[in-house]
Design a binder for this molecule. Structure first.
Ligand code: PDD
Length: 290
């Protein structure tokens, strides 16, 4: 990594420093988005900025940066690091203020843009599928710290990731406090049963994923029935197919949950169809070949 966007400009990584008094550091008081750059072009920036606006509103914070500016931050940061294919994380914290939870003394939010390469083994993983672990730690309750907010207070996800890594799983999957399926630590989850696509509804306590949204749209267009609903843990084990969605994973087949294989332990036809449809959508919207 060569350069990071810091507030107004790109700076060398070594100079990209934020104050020890920044509320992002002290309290996890901030929000973020992670945006996919394909061949230098950004997929659905407005989807991300709309969600960012929602996150900011939820934490009672305003920023001086326009959507257009944030899109440029992503494009320029990827470019400055020589990355045509990238994930750019835009993090916005409430900035420096007096100690204490009262945020009113923090007048200037901090903005960073960090571009990382997209992992190289994705095509292999799409082909083989991945293992996930349903973790013991539960997703934050919607009425506590809503998972719909993409905030930088990430310990719920970090604890789940630590648990998942202990069982060598690619991703940890949360249940909500009622015992229904919620989402992965950095992904949404779908199951397929008898041709019907099911995914936890927003009220189950999940992030409204940009990829989830696109996949639901595509499935409906193809004529697949989609249900956004409560899904019991048991339904995952008896599903015909399971897959995860996220900005980098797109539609990632899940072939094992905990120690149990999903059906024959190979990626299923609906997942493959949707992954192909998603790639075609990226090509259409961005005018590229992926
Ligand atoms: N994660 N759920 C959670 C908790 C997430 O953090 C993410 C995204 C998603 C999927 O959302 P989308 O399709 O908009 O990427 C669901 C990003 C990739 C991250 O944290 O890096």
């Amino acid at each position: 990594m060569k350069k990071i966007w810091l507030n107004t400009s790109l700076v060398p990584v070594k100079k990209a420093k934020v104050s020890a008094l920044d509320r992002g550091f002290i309290y996890g008081d901030g929000v973020y988005e992670a945006v996919r750059v394909y061949q230098g072009k950004i997929f659905r920036p407005e989807g991300h900025w709309k969600r960012l606006d929602g996150s900011l509103k939820s934490i009672h914070m305003k920023i001086p940066w326009s959507h257009k500016f944030l899109t440029e931050v992503c494009r320029k940061t990827a470019q400055a690091n020589g990355l045509k294919e990238a994930l750019v994380r835009v993090t916005i914290s409430r900035g420096v203020g007096e100690l204490g939870y009262d945020p009113s003394t923090a007048k200037h939010p901090t903005l960073t843009g960090i571009a990382t390469p997209v992992r190289q083994d994705l095509p292999e993983l799409w082909e083989k599928g991945v293992k996930v672990a349903i973790v013991k730690v539960r997703r934050n309750h919607v009425k506590s710290l809503s998972p719909a907010i993409k905030h930088t207070n990430s310990l719920n996800g970090i604890l789940a990731k630590i648990e998942a890594l202990k069982s060598h799983a690619f991703e940890g999957v949360f249940l909500n406090l009622d015992g229904y399926l919620a989402e992965g630590t950095i992904s949404n989850i779908f199951i397929v049963k008898r041709g019907v696509l099911k995914t936890p509804s927003l009220s189950c306590g999940i992030l409204d994923g940009v990829t989830r949204h696109a996949l639901i749209e595509l499935a409906k267009k193809i004529g697949i029935r989609v249900l956004e609903t409560e899904i019991h843990e048991k339904e995952v084990f008896s599903a015909d197919e399971v897959f995860l969605t996220s900005t980098t994973m797109e539609a990632m087949p899940v072939t094992q949950v905990n120690s149990q294989k999903i059906r024959d332990g190979r990626p299923g036809p609906v997942t493959k169809t949707l992954q192909r449809a998603f790639r075609a959508l990226v090509e259409r919207e961005l005018g590229i070949r992926v």
